[in-house]
Design a binder for this molecule. Structure first.
Ligand SMILES: *Cc1c(COP(=O)(O)O)cnc(C)c1O
Length: 393
């Protein structure tokens, strides 16, 4: 057999070992509604509280704060809007630059652009798949100079206003090193924890290390509200501002409409929050099932040369939102051949995102050396990861 054909056969055998041979395509990540979802959504319909106010929004926020250990959680209409508001609250203004990983979902950069700021793409780390603090330190030491206490990109003259680590597929990045870097260069940390509900870095839930952080509850995430997001923070003043700015800056009053600044209508409808409450009740079970599935993949791919399972980083607990394997020799053609074969066999596998600096709207943005990100992009393959797959035998 050709080496490629052998690798392809081995990849399919690994998938079959965990998932069997599908009659129907197995989706990458399917939501599941096995708890009180229908009951809570029905309650909204029956009481008429489907929209911008209702008790499920408050309950969802309280449950999120409790689960993550963050003091405050503010429900928002989606993850992208959450990140835009979080960046705004961190002080990002038009004309600033914001450091984001080149290997991320497009929303990370879009949120920066929606603030009128410019994404500045940084390098990934081989083991966490997220921002590499050492590569970033090196890059910043060459790029930054402090002018009147402000970190300025000496090549563009623009201020670097925030640092946005993202926890790829739920695997936590090296938060303490990035936090230290942010502190050293006077750049606030805003965590894109969209994929990381249920992930822990050194025993603390992801999203606790930044000034603010955000979650997403899109349909393919660990927990879904249909569409939704949240801002997390331990700062009570920022939490108050986040709520105010995402709810049209309406000053509370029994009947008057008074708004004291330009703001957004980014609130999460009660209907979506109801779904979210039921989902959060089942989160520990779903995380358990996802861990079992990850362990099965890890075993199934352990002895296969040329392929490596992506395991959670040291001192971390990952939610294993999306399981992944890496081809040991990064190669786009080989990766695509494996993707073709898997999808033809009914396993919905997917590549990692195209690197953000290669997209037309972000081609001209400043960036660091992205060698590792390029290698990761040419080697990562996501595997079907629905929690239900961890329960079947
Ligand atoms: C899902 C996701 C978001 C936000 O997604 P929404 O669809 O707007 O809720 C942001 N960043 C990353 C990395 C994501 O995976």
């Amino acid at each position: 057999m050709q080496p490629d054909t052998a690798l392809q056969a081995s990849f399919l055998a690994g998938l079959a070992e965990v998932l069997g041979r599908p009659q129907q395509p197995i989706p990458l990540h399917a939501p599941e509604f096995l708890g009180h979802e229908a009951a809570y959504v029905n309650e909204c319909i029956e009481t008429g509280w489907v929209s911008s106010v209702g008790q499920f929004v408050d309950r969802f926020e309280a449950m999120l704060a409790e689960f993550t250990g963050c003091k405050h959680a503010i429900a928002v209409c989606n993850g992208t809007a959450s990140l835009q508001v979080a960046l705004h609250l961190a002080g990002v203004v038009p004309g600033d630059e914001v450091i984001v990983p080149a290997l991320s979902f497009v929303a990370t950069a879009n949120a920066v652009a929606h603030c009128g700021a410019i994404p500045h793409f940084a390098e990934s780390n081989e083991s966490t798949l997220g921002l590499c603090p050492r590569a970033l330190d090196h890059h910043l030491s060459e790029t930054l100079e402090m002018r009147q206490g402000q970190p300025i990109n000496r090549h563009t003259g623009r201020r670097i206003a925030a640092l946005v680590p993202m926890h790829t597929f739920g695997h936590p990045v090296e938060l303490d090193a990035l936090q230290a870097l942010g502190a050293r260069y006077a750049i606030p940390l805003v965590e894109d924890a969209a994929e990381a509900l249920g992930s822990y870095y050194q025993g603390r839930h992801a999203g606790q290390h930044g000034l603010l952080s955000v979650l997403s509850f899109n349909g393919n995430k660990v927990v879904t509200t249909g569409g939704g997001g949240a801002i997390l923070t331990n700062d009570s003043e920022l939490a108050k501002r986040a709520k105010h700015l995402t709810t049209t800056a309406k000053v509370p009053h029994r009947w008057a409409f008074y708004h004291d600044e330009v703001a957004w209508n980014f609130r999460l409808p009660n209907l979506n929050a109801a779904l979210g409450c039921a989902q959060l009740e089942r989160l520990p079970d779903m995380l358990n099932d996802k861990r079992v599935l990850a362990q099965r993949y890890q075993q199934a791919f352990a002895g296969r040369s040329g392929l490596s399972f992506v395991a959670e980083p040291a001192h971390c607990l990952s939610n294993y939102w999306l399981n992944a394997v890496r081809i040991d020799q990064p190669d786009l053609h080989l990766r695509d051949a494996l993707l073709d074969a898997a999808n033809a066999a009914g396993y919905q596998c997917r590549p990692a995102w195209n690197l953000l600096h290669t997209l037309p709207m972000y081609q001209h943005c400043p960036r660091a050396d992205l060698t590792v990100a390029e290698r990761l992009q040419a080697s990562l393959i996501n595997l079907p990861s629905s929690p239900a797959l961890g329960r079947s035998t």
